[in-house]
Design a protein around this ligand. Structure first.
Ligand SMILES: Nc1ncnc2c1ncn2[C@@H]1O[C@H](COP(=O)(O)OP(=O)(O)O)[C@@H](O)[C@H]1O
Ligand SMILES: [Mg+2]
Length: 269
């Protein structure tokens, strides 16, 4: 049985694609056969972050429209044999995806032995976001600790609870919160909401808290998702989040401001 995980949010630019890429790598690195699908038709972002953009010949829309087989369109990751990317089309319009077409791709992936299918959703409440969440077994709601991001996430949680296959069947869709771009310093000064504030407003528990870090952009520019950067706090936070997704208990790290002493400042310790 494949588990379908949608990575979604209300607002754009909060870190869904960054998170989808790192979660997919994290699952594959732990030995799980994983596919990650870019539902953001017209934007094509995931393949860049995964570092496979030059190998895209066929994409998700081609498969949905019957112009290529799934096998032709799946791009094998350079680092992990058990990880595959299904890229979004850059040129097609957003209506190119259909519910039946998406369902068939997900079924075929499951039949092909994939254990996890990570769906990188476009932002908002348009068709692409709806299709990305519809068949999900689990949702990861990506939120930045800001009022606007939290407010828009509330709307998405409403949709997860009503407009998904599980919801229609009367089964709840388990949803987790992933807080990204978190700066403990800005929480202390009141510019950002705290973890418990966000948890309380949305009524969801945090699966992980990823700090704001320049490592993320550097990693994306290299086509190496940040979870691969062992030294990076953001990378380690993603690794923790994947472990929790798989049911492990791990304490939250990097959520408080480290008051560095003179020597550690001097030697970067
Ligand atoms: N933890 C982080 N720290 C710093 N920048 C981040 C972090 N997470 C994401 N970003 C940046 O935010 C921007 C949007 O990220 P992206 O994953 O494309 O969001 P989305 O898919 O939700 O639109 C990118 O420039 C990315 O590098
Ligand atoms: Mg994106």
């Amino acid at each position: 049985m494949a588990e379908i995980i949608v990575v979604t949010s209300g607002k754009g630019g909060v870190g869904k694609t960054t998170s989808s890429a790192s979660i997919a790598i994290g699952l594959a690195r732990r030995g799980h056969r994983t596919a990650v699908i870019d539902f953001d038709v017209g934007l094509r972002n995931l393949d860049l972050i995964m570092g496979c953009e030059r190998r895209v010949v066929y994409d998700f829309v081609n498969v949905v429209q019957g112009e290529a087989t799934l096998k032709q369109a799946l791009i094998k990751d350079k680092r992990f044999d058990n990880l595959f990317v299904l890229a979004a089309s850059q040129t097609r319009d957003k209506d190119a995806l259909t519910k039946e077409g998406v369902e068939k791709v997900l079924k075929d992936l499951a039949a092909d032995g994939f254990e996890y299918i990570v769906c990188d959703s476009p932002a908002g409440i348009e068709k692409g976001a709806f299709l990305a969440m519809y068949f999900a077994d689990k949702a990861v709601v990506v939120v930045n600790p800001e009022v606007s991001s939290v407010r828009d996430s509330d709307r998405i949680i409403g949709l997860l609870d009503s407009k998904t296959r599980r919801a229609e069947g009367g089964e709840p869709l388990p949803a987790h919160l992933l807080l990204t771009r978190y700066s403990p310093g800005r929480v202390d000064t009141g510019e950002m909401l705290s973890i418990t504030d966000v948890e309380e407003v949305l009524g969801l528990k945090a699966l992980g808290v990823v700090p704001e870090s320049t490592d993320v952009l550097n990693a994306s520019n290299k086509g190496e998702p940040v979870i691969l950067e062992a030294e990076s706090e953001a990378g380690q936070a993603y690794e923790d989040a994947v472990a929790r997704l798989l049911g492990e208990e791990r304490p939250m790290r990097f959520t408080t401001l480290e008051k560095k002493g003179f020597f550690s400042k001097l030697f970067g310790g």
